[in-house]
Design a protein around this ligand. Sequence first.
Ligand code: ATP
Length: 237
Amino acid sequence: MSAEPAVRIVDLRKIHGTGTVAVTALDGITLDFPAGTFTAIMGPSGSGKSTLAQCAAGLDRPTSGEVAVDGVLLNAMDETELTVFRRKRIGFVFQAFNLLPSLTAEENVTLPLRLAGARPTPGRARVALATVGLGDRAGSRPSELSGGQQQRVAIARALVTAPAIVFADEPTGALDSGSGRDVLRLLRSLVDEHRHTVIMVTHDPVAAAQADRVVVLSDGRVAEERTAEKRTAEKAR
Ligand SMILES: Nc1ncnc2c1ncn2[C@@H]1O[C@H](COP(=O)(O)OP(=O)(O)OP(=O)(O)O)[C@@H](O)[C@H]1O
């Protein structure tokens, strides 16, 4: 096992805007996200959850502080290096799925590989789609899939590069409760069965209950950290 956490953030600060409209979204956050764990980030609206995920995933730049993914410091990278690194090592799942409507499930899934300059074999996408339970839907376009299935394609797309970390920002926010439950079970199984590392932003306590650890933010700071004792006890059995 790698001694490095999948993600380490140290004294992370983010100020949006400048002068009189400046908003401190993150006010000194230090957290480790160990490999093979599932963490939920909770907190009231405006507490900094999405900003934390965006900065930790290299989609936004912190004002100060450090972000390391799999031991690699993101701060020092220029935009091109960051883009290349993100494509290979970081998966992101959005509330609104963000699939390209004209592409099949398989083409959506292989997009990160093609953007990274690789010529993916069909097998890569099939494995990722099979992992999310959609091995038989490779040729379907998003409009032919339910919301839950589209989100699972988006998860397969996030997994296809074998990333060090998968970020999910309100992944069940656009789904009915049944499909949402399926997506949460899938995220859980990615951690339990495939040793992926997941960080999920959520408002929903039911969603957060799937995680090993819940980090609660308030005004850009860590207000509380809880580990799921029940789950930890179950795992130990
Ligand atoms: N691009 C931006 N420009 C200016 N202010 C921003 C920007 N993004 C976020 N903020 C502000 O930063 C603070 C944290 O926002 P953030 O979206 O991270 O919170 P959140 O906890 O994810 O909220 P929500 O649950 O409503 O999505 C808020 O006060 C927000 O208004």
